[in-house]
Each structure stands twice: as C-alpha cells, then as structure tokens.
Design a protein around this ligand. Structure first.
Ligand SMILES: NC(=O)c1ccc[n+]([C@@H]2O[C@H](COP(=O)([O-])OP(=O)(O)OC[C@H]3O[C@@H](n4cnc5c(N)ncnc54)[C@H](OP(=O)(O)O)[C@@H]3O)[C@@H](O)[C@H]2O)c1
Length: 346
C-alpha cells in the first residue's frame, strides 16, 4: 500500500514543488494539499505546470485528515505554534520552515531575536541534510528542512570540515534568487524593484549563518562570515566560499578528497572540467533538479581555496531535499521522484 502523504501550505513555492514531486513518486499517494485562500480550487489554478496531471483540489487546514507523513510549508513562525495539532494527524512530520532548524533556544533567540514558542521540541528534529545526517534519518520521526543558502554552503564545505582542515573563519558570498522570499509579494521581490537588480541585501547577519555554524560546528570550531546578494533570477543559489586550509593542498588533492567523501551521495556532482564556461556550477542548469554542483579553485599565490556550490533553492534547498529525506526515512531508493537532471539551454 502507498504511503499516504499531505502538504500543509501547498499554494506557495515550496508546496508547489512538493506537489510536483510527490505526484510522480511511485510509493506515495498525495491525499490532501492545504491552502486557506484557495480551498476548493484545483491546485493547477495556482500551479499551472500541474494542469491535467491529476485532479487534486486544495482543502482547508481545518479539514485535514490523518496521514502517514505531513509536509509543512508554512511561513516562519507558524509550524511551532501548530505543531501539537499537526502531530496528532501524522506520526511523521517534515517541516520546511526555519522553526525547528536550530538546536538550542539560545541560538534561536540570538538569530531570530525572539523567544522560541516550543524550545522543548527543538532536539526532537533531525536537521534534514542527508549528506550530513543520513544515519539519523531512518529512525527520525521529525525532520526539519535546512535553509537553502545554508544547504549550498554546507555541501560546499562539508568534506573539508569533516577532515578538520578549515582555518577560521570561512568567508562566503551567496547569490540568491527571488523565489527564496516565497509567493507573497514584498518589496524585495516586486518586479520593478527586483528586475535587473544586483543588491547586497544582507552583507552581514544572515540567519542561515547560524545553521552552517551549527551543522559544521560538530566537526570543530566553525566561524562563518556570510554575505548575501540578490540577483535577477527566479530560482537558484550560488555560494562562493573562501577558505584558508590548515594544510596546503593542491586542486587535485582537494578534488580527490571531495570525491572520496561524496562517493555514495547521488545528488552531489563534482565538476572536474578545467576549461570552458561550464567548469563552474551555474544555478540555471539546476532548475527543477535536486543536484548540488560543486567546483573548486585554488589560488596558488595565497593557497586560498575557493569552493563554488550551486543548487535550486526550491529543490535541493527545500522540496527536493525534503523528498530525499522522506526516501531515506522510509527505506525507499533515495532517488525516487528526484532524477530530473535540469535543462540546457534554459
Ligand atoms: N522559498 C524558498 O526558497 C524556501 C527554501 C527553503 C525553505 N523555505 C521555507 O519554507 C516555508 C514555505 O516557503 P514558501 O516559499 O513555499 O512560502 P510561500 O510561497 O509564501 O507559501 C506559504 C504557504 O503557507 C500558507 N499559509 C500562509 N500563512 C498561513 C497561515 N497563517 N495558516 C495556514 N497556512 C498559511 C500559504 O497558503 P494560503 O495563503 O494560500 O492559505 C502558502 O501555501 C517557509 O517557512 C520558508 O522559509 C523556503
């Protein structure tokens, strides 16, 4: 029998991607998708790419029925307020918001400048980056999706953090697309203001800093100095991390270390090409795919290592990674419903 799954907050951008993926999933039956604004209307009214794929209408949260797995795609701050009522509907919860990503209420308070409503539950969630926490997922009943920028940075740094090679701090610049802000209109994503933009909207203080320091801090001291720049794209994250290594290694040695570390991770694609424009990752070729593409460069003058990691924020940074976690949690093939490789040209 198929796994019964529902989505809370399915009219938004991450919810739309989850619907697309779960409708293609051979082991899953998507039973309900909620939206308060669109209850009773077909999901294709909001997500036109899903026209004629399956007849599925939005329902209101109040009419949600019990399922095996509930995906939460609510705005920040909602999941922690509703977690008790939602937990009664499903034994397994995968929350895409930032509500349960950080491990302590102190860390949460420092970065979100407000008290957490349910600090008692923070430790019950597994941070859902499979390349980092694969071993914890099969036993997990609560998983939190990771931030999209945090995912791109973590996957770029993970092999060298694991090897204890990072000399502090790491400096990282992320280029971010407009869909990160969700489907509701705001000043940052309003077309006349966003179009053509190249805006350093968060030179310091980005909240995803906390996730990266938490996730990689388990391997040793981790200080991330992160800046974020908004670019004129709908999807994608490109993280450029600048690292001083404790040991001076050349490009081949570092690539070999990354290859060994990621040898069993099907969604990490290391770029070893050294010539041509495709020697570096570009988010646009990842649109709709769950891959993270990573390239390395070493400044032979200074020894600085530059790691470029790119993802689709709505896929490996949200819905795709959530389905990857589901697959591992349920003992399915990790790649089920996630094999789309992206488009070129696009
Ligand atoms: N966008 C990204 O790149 C990205 C990446 C990783 C994680 N995330 C996180 O994932 C979550 C969802 O992001 P998103 O981009 O999909 O957001 P979104 O496009 O703004 O969608 C939010 C969804 O929540 C519903 N909703 C809003 N307020 C609600 C309320 N009070 N009660 C019940 N439902 C409510 C909306 O439905 P109706 O208004 O139709 O009822 C909509 O379906 C966020 O917490 C975000 O931080 C986003």
């Amino acid at each position: 029998m198929s796994l019964q799954v529902a989505i809370v907050g399915g009219s938004g951008y991450t919810g739309g991607e989850l619907i697309r993926l779960l409708l293609q999933h051979p082991e899953v039956e998507l039973t309900q998708v909620t939206s308060e604004r669109w209850a009773g209307k077909p999901v294709s009214v909001v997500h036109p790419n899903l026209r004629h794929i399956k007849s599925l209408a939005f329902t209101s949260l109040a009419t949600l029925e019990a399922v095996d797995v509930l995906f939460l795609c609510l705005p920040h701050g909602q999941a922690m307020l509703r977690i008790d009522e939602l937990s009664k509907l499903a034994p397994t919860i995968i929350d895409l918001s930032s509500d349960f990503r950080l491990d302590t209420s102190e860390r949460y308070c420092q970065w979100y400048t407000t008290e957490h409503a349910r600090p008692d539950l923070l430790s019950s969630f597994v941070y859902g980056v499979p390349e980092l926490n694969r071993g914890l997922l099969p036993e997990a009943r609560r998983v939190t999706g990771a931030g999209c920028n945090a995912t791109a940075i973590i996957l770029g740094l993970l092999p060298i953090a694991h090897a204890g090679l990072i000399d502090q701090p790491v400096i990282c610049e992320v280029k971010v697309s407009s869909s990160q802000a969700g489907a509701s209109a705001n000043e940052g994503s309003h077309h006349p203001l966003r179009s053509g933009c190249l805006r350093s909207f968060q030179p310091t203080g980005h909240r995803h800093t906390a996730e990266v320091e938490m996730a990689l801090g388990s391997f040793g001291p981790m200080q991330l100095d992160m800046s974020a720049t908004a670019v004129d794209q709908v999807r994608g994250v490109l993280a450029t991390s600048h690292v001083t290594l404790k040991d001076r290694l050349n490009w081949r040695e570092i690539l070999a270390m990354f290859r060994e570390f990621y040898k069993n991770d099907p969604f990490i694609r290391l770029i070893s090409q050294r010539q041509g424009i495709h020697r570096v990752p570009e988010p646009k070729y990842l649109a709709g795919s769950n891959f993270c593409d990573i390239a390395l460069a070493v400044d032979e003058r200074s020894g600085r290592l530059v790691i470029m990691s790119a993802i689709d924020n709505l896929m490996k940074g949200a819905a795709g990674q959530a389905v990857q976690c589901l697959n591992i949690m349920m003992g399915f093939d990790e790649q089920l419903a996630l094999t789309f490789p992206g488009l070129s040209p696009v």
